[in-house]
Design a protein around this ligand. Structure first.
Ligand SMILES: *Cc1c(COP(=O)(O)O)cnc(C)c1O
Length: 368
């Protein structure tokens, strides 16, 4: 019996790895006397825009707000439809509903667990205003096909980038393909702060201006309330922490990719299926999810071996009481099957090699 105990994630280790830098920066902010929408937010927005290769970013209070405000800013509301996936976190679909628009759910691709781009066209109606792909678990969706389809139908694309800060396709960052990208800095995401936070990326100056108003009570640069806005600002403390996190994101994502490569080498498709990325697709492994026939037994055995697991997601959204009545959808067989078989293994940048080996070899032995 091994004496290794592997948690699913360990935010304390993540903090310890950067403690001197973070503590110094927090002291700077606390003594600055300026805590909301100040120089740290502006500097972080600029650094994030440069990193993502977009013209503008707007920092907001959460990933959910980033999605919601991006949809509002795009002029989407009652009478409109937005196409997305049922295999995602609830916030994706909630954000559509907040605006009064109707979510339309399309089945997923069994190889990537992302929205199946081949099925989107069949769901487009005269009410469709946008496609909202989710780059699930850090793996980019098929943006080439989605952008092409959106262009042909004259509809918008808003990317849910909550799980994929740092992911890219052929060197182009996720969040820079569509009309807007919505990021989350919830602590366990690939780039997390010390609380809630979010960001919208866009190349459209009009969308940028409108989002700046929406996050702060609808106030224009001239001090006029020009629209019904919200209170959704990122605070200076979180922006200061995120400035530091941004300088380490490629390093921490690279470690996630190393761990995943080791899992891949042991847990081949013959042992357990996992979403695979194709050449040029830079997957950042927010989660490492496998499909197994009897996941309850595997989870119990891993728990006995002191290895934590989690379920993302045990039920597709259309199977939940609320969304079953609010969304429009047809058959969602792949999402239902994947939701029944998925289980996620620990993957976080601060895992040490012994822990990675232990998770891989234990899981492989149990599934052999
Ligand atoms: C986490 C998450 C969100 C919401 O982000 P918050 O910052 O928690 O509001 C939205 N979509 C997906 C896919 C997520 O994983």
């Amino acid at each position: 019996m091994s004496d290794i105990v592997v948690p699913f994630a360990d935010l304390q280790r993540a903090y310890e790895a950067l403690r001197p830098e973070i503590d110094d920066r927090i002291r700077e902010v606390t003594s600055s006397g300026n805590y909301i929408l100040g120089e740290y937010v502006a500097a972080f927005e600029q650094a994030a825009a440069e990193y993502l290769g977009v013209k503008h970013t707007i920092a907001v209070a959460s990933g959910t707000d980033a999605l919601h405000l991006a949809i509002v800013a795009a002029g989407i509301g009652p009478g409109h439809e937005v196409i997305t996936t049922p295999f995602t976190f609830a916030a994706t679909v909630e954000a559509i509903e907040y605006t009064g628009a109707r979510p339309v759910l399309v089945d997923i691709d069994p190889d990537t667990f992302n929205i199946d781009a081949n099925l989107i066209e069949g769901a487009v109606t005269s009410q469709t205003r946008a496609i909202l792909p989710v780059h699930l678990f850090g793996l980019p969706a098929n943006m080439e096909q989605i952008m092409d389809l959106a262009e042909r139908h004259g509809i918008l694309v808003i990317e849910d980038c909550a799980q994929c800060f740092g992911a890219a396709i052929d060197g182009q960052a996720t969040g820079s393909f569509g009309h807007a990208g919505a990021f989350s800095f919830y602590p366990t995401k690939t780039m997390g702060c010390l609380g809630d936070g979010g960001l919208i990326s866009t190349n459209d100056p009009a969308l940028n201006r409108r989002l700046g108003e929406l996050r702060n009570h609808g106030i224009s640069d001239q001090g006029e309330h020009v629209t019904l806005g919200f209170n959704s600002r990122l605070d200076e403390l979180q922006a200061a922490v995120l400035q530091i996190k941004l300088t380490h994101i490629d390093e921490t994502n690279e470690r996630r990719r190393q761990i995943a490569a080791h899992y891949d080498s042991v847990l081949t498709d013959a042992v357990a299926k996992t979403p695979r990325s194709s050449p040029g697709v830079h997957h950042v492994y927010a989660y490492y999810t496998i499909l197994v026939d009897d996941r309850d037994t595997l989870r119990a055995q891993l728990r006995d071996a002191e290895i934590a697991t989690a379920l993302y997601y045990p039920k597709p959204l259309h199977k939940h009481v609320h969304f079953s009545t609010t969304c429009r959808f047809g058959p969602l067989n792949i999402a239902e099957q994947v939701a029944q078989q998925c289980v996620s293994l620990p993957i976080f940048p601060e895992m040490n090699d012994d822990e990675v080996d232990y998770v891989a070899s234990t899981t492989a032995a149990l599934l052999a």
